[in-house]
Design a binder for this molecule. Structure first.
Ligand code: CDP
Length: 231
């Protein structure tokens, strides 16, 4: 039986952590679409392409091999990201990319290229995809759609911790401001804005551990909220 799970939600709601663990638990492929927009942003900075010049950036992306690789099971941790075999796993998580990624993600041509790649990666497979437009645009027929949320304050606290892990020190206030700004940009853009799909289940993660969130989604899966027997 093939199953596809779409996890959307605002910045720092824990989508990628939860999606990765869920994918391992259920034996599904995990596709981190945010990492793809981050890689596009890194490429624009690297090649001095104007962040609002979607056409040039889409063209540049078409000439690169963007690859997501699951870390060894035993190593745990994040998805590894490569552009033409150059590893950018950590580089795409820093402030430089985070502060600019929403501008790049608003470009129609960039989205066209990346959405196509995302659909191709998921085609015919059981997979968990996380992002902003998975349930609405990328996989509107996903078997289970989750909209993962948390208060902006909780998300900022988590992000400060994440950044500490990367060796970047940032104040809580700055991170909170940046998160609110990114949500605003993502929700108000014209192309595929961040919005809860009509048939998505909203999961508020405030006060829940990662394990509790994963179990909640796995239960929704088991209880037939997801999974089409005809596929
Ligand atoms: O991990 P975090 O929630 O901070 O962000 P992310 O999932 O890595 O995504 C980074 C940015 O990429 C988002 O703020 C969006 O601007 C963009 N994005 C998007 O537009 N569509 C997606 N499917 C995934 C990410």
């Amino acid at each position: 039986m093939k199953i596809t799970i779409a996890i959307d939600g605002p910045a720092g709601a824990g989508k990628s952590t939860v999606a990765k663990i869920l994918a391992d638990k259920l034996g599904l492929l995990y596709i981190d679409t945010g990492a793809m927009y981050r890689a596009a942003t890194w490429l624009a900075l690297q090649e001095h392409i104007n962040l609002e010049d979607g056409e040039s950036l889409a063209e540049a992306l078409c000439h690169k091999d963007l690859r997501l690789e699951s870390p060894e099971e035993s190593a745990g941790g994040r998805i590894r990201v490569f552009l033409n075999d150059h590893e950018i796993t950590d580089a795409i998580r820093g402030k430089e990319v985070s502060d600019r990624v929403s501008t790049v993600a608003a470009q129609k041509m960039v989205r066209k290229v990346l959405v196509e790649q995302q659909r191709k990666l998921a085609r015919g497979r059981s997979a968990v995809l996380d992002g902003r437009d998975i349930g609405t645009v990328v996989l509107p027929d996903a078997d289970l759609k989750i909209f993962l949320t948390a208060s902006a304050e909780e998300r900022a606290r988590r992000r400060v911790k994440d950044l500490e892990g990367l060796g970047e020190k940032e104040s809580y206030d700055d991170v909170l401001r940046a998160i609110i700004e990114r949500d605003k940009q993502d929700s108000t853009r014209q192309e595929a804005p961040l919005v809860k799909a009509a048939d998505a289940v909203e999961v508020d993660t405030d006060g829940l551990t990662i394990e509790e969130v994963v179990n909640k989604i796995a239960d929704l899966c088991k209880n037939g909220k997801g999974g089409r027997k005809d596929q």
